[in-house]
Design a protein around this ligand. Structure first.
Ligand code: GDP
Ligand code: CA
Length: 319
């Protein structure tokens, strides 16, 4: 079975761990969000690709959900001693090595997809990890700061400002001109099943869908497309997805997110048991829906979520 998963960082990565358990023989391709990528200290940092790679490769800081386990921060402290920032972005010594290798390879002319493959040679995530595009796409957020409207990099909005001001617009800068990375459209065309894990619908999955050709390839794939809600009990489980959903005019509920994707894209949608009353509304939108536990509290719970998604795909296929 060939499964394609569109993934952001933590939500996508944790779900993938369960999916690998639930479908050990499946051939899994992950299309990763690169809209969060940022250049820091002259290095190219790809937070979502790295979160997937470290989580599946056994190098993640488990409690935090991002960054490396057993991390130290000497390099960052030394840079700060020179007055060189930003200090608000957590880059540890071990993590720095990844960004140095990546930047060296990019400078030598390799596309991000080839670099990601090379990094995965070390981590062996057990999935094929593809960036959504080799082109530069950067998510920017329009905010009002000190009485002035300005656009800030997504990381500045999320990490430095902690989404403390309303997001007025979210723009994946460069997406319109970007092309899917090699292998992305092929993987979608050959997929038996496409999954949207509980990743951020706007700045993770929304950004991937903004790369011309990807949304169409999913809609035209003719295979079940099943998603899992990142919104539980009308709030994101982690992070500040409600802030970016508001920017695109979508209320922070499991049903509204399903409607936002729409029946043109989604065939099935899983909501948490606390959102059981959303099922009727989602079904009315032409999307198969069921309420099951959606908290990724551990590998067993996450594996069970993946099983539910696979079962729903079967149901879509039979319908
Ligand atoms: P990011 O790039 O690190 O922000 O990660 P993603 O975009 O892949 O996932 C972020 C989303 O995961 C957030 O909107 C959370 O609400 C969601 N999320 C995190 N943990 C859980 C969980 O245990 N269950 C569900 N249903 N969603 C979760
Ligand atoms: Ca992210």
């Amino acid at each position: 079975m060939r499964i394609v998963v569109l993934a952001g960082g933590i939500g996508g990565a944790r779900f993938l761990r369960g999916l690998k358990q639930a479908a050990p023989d499946a051939d899994i391709t992950v299309i990763g969000n690169t809209g969060d990528d940022i250049h820091l200290f002259g290095l190219k940092v790809c937070p979502d690709l790295d979160t997937v790679m470290y989580t599946l490769g056994g190098g993640i800081n488990e409690e935090q959900g991002w960054g490396r386990a057993d991390e130290t921060f000497h390099l960052k402290e030394e840079l700060a001693a020179y007055g060189v920032g930003p200090e608000w972005f957590g880059l540890g010594d071990r993590d720095f090595a990844t960004h140095i290798v990546r930047t060296q390879m990019i400078t030598a002319g390799f596309p991000l997809s080839a670099v990601t493959e090379a990094l995965c040679d070390r981590w062996k995530p057990g999935v094929r990890l593809l960036p959504m595009t080799d082109d530069r796409v950067e998510t920017h957020v329009a905010v009002e700061l000190d009485g002035e409207r300005k656009a800030v990099h997504f990381q500045e909005y999320w990490v430095r400002l902690r989404a403390s001001v309303p997001a007025e617009a979210v723009v994946p800068v460069g997406a319109e001109q970007s092309k899917p990375a090699p292998g992305v459209l092929e993987a979608l065309a050959e997929a038996d099943l496409i999954l949207f894990p509980p990743s951020n619908p706007v700045v993770s999955i929304g950004t991937i869908l903004a790369v011309p050709g990807i949304r169409e390839a999913i809609a035209d794939a003719g295979v079940p497309v099943v998603g899992l809600s990142p919104i539980v009990g009308d709030a994101p489980v982690r992070g500040m997805a409600d802030k970016v959903l508001a920017a695109v005019g979508v209320e922070s509920t499991a049903a509204a997110v399903a409607e936002h994707y729409g029946s043109g894209l989604l065939d099935g949608w899983l909501v948490d048991t606390v959102d059981a009353d959303a099922v009727t509304r989602v079904r009315a939108a032409g999307i198969l829906c069921r309420a099951v536990p959606l908290m990724m509290s551990g590998l067993d719970a996450t594996t069970q979520m993946a099983r539910e998604a696979l079962a729903m795909a079967e149901e879509v296929r039979e319908a």
